[in-house]
Write a protein that binds this ligand. Structure first.
Ligand code: SF4
Length: 359
């Protein structure tokens, strides 16, 4: 299906109109979003807020992102504030969201915009996508939502709506380019940002992955998937490759003051520069030893079970060992009070390890 064929279909002239009318009443409230009524009065979204939220929303649910977004905005109200902060502080505030290179790129991008653009976001898609850490999708979202540039914004929700509405019988992500072309053709040129957010909301609330509420859908009258009764088959996805299981061990040490020993991961590779308890040498390509002989110090170690975590390309199973009453550890690191652990840049896998050890 190409955009020309799409344009010939009956009813498509009003696709955007029907969607925008629905959005006026049904828009989801989000702390980074300008509600449709305010947008109609000329209020525009802050590009800093759009950027931050879109980076956070990659691979993460809206409900989780809301709290992180509010934390970031209260700590760093402007892009200048973020540029002046330490990367370490950003990693600490980001801890738990995963994909930590995104947090590091936030700092790089903020620095770049302050240095090269006097702290003002460039206002078009082509320039935005050249910024550090900003890919096609984020550039299109900022250009569309903050600057009303008529570019197609295709996230997973929009992909689902379009593939069902048009019964796109091609696999994603291969079908992305054609679908973007269709979207560019049908989006509302006067309100592209509202159109983008309306399509996202339709996918998130009505055209859901399972059991879409087609009877409530504002674009059901010309939806091919609905007419054919097979909407749920779309979008076509290639079968996922099985993820390998990697193994390793993690060593939780507590001193006589009940503090926990922490150290830094290396500056490159998986979870680079994040905080951890000592572990064996696992990474995305190889297992580490699960054995106590790999512990950083001899002690009365207790096996506390397995902490499991899934990364993008593999599952990890860490055997958790615990020892107490240890005051000196022969590796570089620091002691942290248990109640202060939440302030450390601990990735989710390490939080799971600590929960298992301290349960
Ligand atoms: Fe999705 Fe159903 Fe609406 Fe079609 S009619 S776009 S399948 S919710």
């Amino acid at each position: 299906m190409n955009s020309t064929e799409f344009s010939k279909q009956k009813g498509n002239a009003s696709f955007a109109h029907r969607l925008l009318e629905w959005y006026k009443i049904n828009a989801r409230e989000m702390p980074w979003r300008i509600p449709p009524h305010d947008h109609a009065q000329g209020v525009r979204a802050d590009p800093y807020h759009v950027w931050l939220s879109e980076v956070m929303l990659q691979q993460t649910q809206v409900a989780t992102v809301k709290d992180y977004f509010l934390k970031f905005i209260s700590k760093w109200p402007t892009l200048f504030d973020l540029a002046q902060s330490d990367e370490e502080d950003i990693l600490k505030a980001w801890a738990g969201l995963g994909y930590y290179s995104r947090a590091r790129n936030l700092k790089k991008c903020a620095d770049f915009i302050v240095t090269e653009y006097e702290g003002q976001f460039p206002q078009n898609f082509e320039t935005l996508k050249k910024l550090p850490g900003i890919g096609d999708y984020t550039a299109s979202a900022i250009a569309s939502i903050a600057f009303d540039e008529a570019v197609a914004v295709l996230d997973g929700n929009v992909e689902r709506v379009m593939s069902r509405h048009q019964r796109i019988e091609a696999y994603f992500p291969d079908a992305k380019a054609d679908t973007k072309a269709m979207l560019a053709h049908i989006l509302d040129k006067e309100q592209p940002g509202e159109f983008a957010q309306a399509t996202m909301d339709l996918g998130a609330t009505i055209c859901t992955p399972k059991r879409p509420a087609c009877s409530l859908c504002p674009v059901n009258e010309d939806c091919k998937g609905f007419k054919n009764g097979d909407a749920e088959l779309f979008p076509y996805k290639k079968p996922k490759k099985e993820k390998p299981i990697r193994k390793g061990a993690a060593f939780v040490l507590q001193n006589e003051k009940s503090e926990i020993f922490l150290c830094k991961r290396s500056q490159s590779g998986l979870l680079a520069a994040m905080t951890q308890v000592p572990t064996t040498q696992w990474n995305s390509r190889q297992d580490g030893s699960e054995d106590i002989t790999e512990a950083p110090i001899e002690a009365n170690w207790k096996k506390m079970g397995i902490a499991k975590h899934t990364f993008t390309h593999f599952h990890l199973e860490l055997t958790v060992w615990y020892a107490e009453g240890i005051n000196n550890v022969p590796i570089k690191g620091w002691w942290c009070k248990v109640e202060k652990l939440s302030e450390e840049a601990l990735p989710t896998v390490m939080r799971k390890v600590l929960e298992r050890a301290l349960a």
